[in-house]
Design a protein around this ligand. Structure first.
Ligand code: AMP
Length: 115
């Protein structure tokens, strides 16, 4: 069950701050508050989905394609398009702590800051 009081829902609503990297109608990419790599970005869809399973099972096709397009645009903007990891922790047992679907994008390359 999706709880719209989670921190990422607040970020989408503008009720909590974030350091934005990329945003469009479908998704928002922002810096992880506790990075575990030189570059550690989170990308979230603008929709109420708890995890990648919920998102891929239930989100409309337009939102799903818009989300993956935003992933591509984000890594291109960061300048890490050839060298990154994408991780979606799914379920508390796998380490998920925020139950709004998010993709971790991590790279040992520090992202460009001149955009
Ligand atoms: P997960 O454990 O996969 O659910 O990842 C949640 C991630 O969200 C963690 O890596 C946190 O550091 C990150 N996080 C939590 N709160 C915030 C926030 N307000 N802004 C940015 N990142 C956050």
């Amino acid at each position: 069950m999706y709880d719209n009081n989670n921190i990422f829902a607040k970020i989408i609503r503008g009720d909590a701050p974030s350091t934005k990297i990329y945003e469009d109608d479908y998704a928002l990419a922002f810096q992880n508050i506790a990075p575990r790599a030189k570059t550690h970005i989170l990308i979230i869809p603008k929709g109420e989905y708890t995890d990648i399973y919920d998102f891929t099972a239930n989100a409309p096709t337009e939102l799903q394609s818009g989300f993956w397009n935003a992933v591509r645009k984000t890594v291109e903007k960061l300048g890490i398009s050839g060298n990154f990891r994408a991780v979606a922790n799914t379920g508390a047992g796998a380490g998920q702590s925020v139950f709004h679907f998010h993709l971790h994008i991590m790279s040992d390359e520090r992202f460009k800051t001149d955009f």
